[in-house]
Ligand binder design. Structure first.
Ligand code: TXA
Ligand code: MG
Length: 316
């Protein structure tokens, strides 16, 4: 789908300070040279993203970690061995090489090695770490296909089309306290899985970490029409012009359209289809609003409900 020539061309754009959207295993990212503050500023402009929201820096090899962080925490190597490349972002004290605009002025930087051949090839060919948020307008649905990127962003120099993404929701973000890790954003890698590799902190996230973490932006990942969570919203209007987004159950009322995130309630499948189905329903002009079936809030269900609650927040 993406040729070596196209990777080379896209890497040239990154080296010259341009913007390239690229697939990762989670969602599509909007990338720029992480060490070039002017290139990174274009990301914020393109996404209309507030400058207080820090970016994740993507790497293709472990030696890039040493360039980005002062940390020599041995837990990073342990986590990397098990979870990288993969959907885990680790927040660490930043080195002086990382421009302040990347981290929104914080003294920490989020780092991850994505598990996608196109992303890894792009980072390697560019010869620099790549700062990349999800490639959507701030607060809107995350992109799991190249056309989702093109729908929302018009100032991108190039979009690498790697087909639909496998995981479908953004990486798990963690930070490391002295006594263990703290989850700042839920993802497909759960606290239970992380706990098998490094201890979990008994403390909660600090105030500074909370300000930096997306959990405190209550409205996010939103379709451009109302979304309600079934049974959690008391006054759902007439559903005959609405869509039901099922997590495995049959529609509980008469709906114009019913979409299954998974026929069997499989949580990996639900995560993989979540944004893609929301995009499809957002684009369907016959649908006035969306009603989503909740899942149990445990394991990956925490990440799925986090996305659904933020999508629904402004419509409560
Ligand atoms: O899967 C993903 O993580 C995707 C792909 C493209 O890699 N990226 C992504 O980026 O979701 P974004 O910008 O949409 O979300 C990154 C979140 C920020 O909102 C922020 O809360 C958290 O990661 N983050 C980044 N750097 C941080 C830091 N230094 N401290 C605390 N949180 C940080
Ligand atoms: Mg995002």
């Amino acid at each position: 789908m993406v040729s070596p020539q196209e990777i080379e061309q896209a890497a040239g754009i990154i080296r010259r300070g341009g913007l390239v959207a690229f697939p990762t295993e989670t969602v599509y990212g909007l990338g720029a040279n992480a060490l070039d503050p002017i290139a990174v500023a274009k990301i914020f402009a393109c996404k209309e993203r507030p400058s207080f929201d820090p970016l994740i820096v993507h790497i293709a090899s472990l030696d890039q970690v040493a360039q980005l962080t002062l940390s020599t925490d041995e837990r990073v190597a342990r986590l990397a061995r098990v979870f990288w490349p993969g959907p885990l972002t680790i927040v660490l004290p930043k080195s002086e090489h990382v421009p302040d605009i990347v981290t929104s002025g914080l003294d920490t930087v989020g780092i991850r090695m994505p598990d996608h051949p196109v992303a890894l090839a792009l980072i390697s060919a560019s010869g620099c770490p790549i700062a990349a948020p999800s490639a959507n307008k701030f607060g809107k649905l995350s992109p799991t296909k190249a056309e989702h990127v093109r729908k929302q962003l018009h100032l991108v120099d190039h979009v690498l089309d790697g087909g639909p993404t496998r995981v479908g929701i953004e990486s798990t973000v963690i930070t490391l306290h002295d006594d263990g890790f703290v989850v700042l954003r839920q993802g497909i890698i759960t606290a239970e899985e992380l706990e098998k590799v490094v201890p979990r902190s008994t403390s909660d996230s600090t105030r500074e970490e909370q300000i930096a973490s997306p959990g405190h932006i209550q409205s996010h990942y939103s379709p451009n029409k109302p979304l309600y969570i079934w049974r959690e919203y008391a006054d759902i209007p007439d559903t005959r012009n609405a869509a039901f987004l099922s997590a495995g159950s049959p529609a509980p009322a008469a709906f114009k359209r019913v979409e299954y995130l998974s026929e069997s309630g499989n949580l990996y499948e639900i995560a993989a289809n979540l944004f893609q189905k929301m995009h499809a329903l957002e684009e369907d002009e016959h649908i006035e609003f969306i009603v989503a079936e909740p899942v149990k809030e445990a394991g990956i269900g925490l990440a799925i409900m986090d996305r659904l609650r933020k999508a629904a927040f402004q419509y409560r």
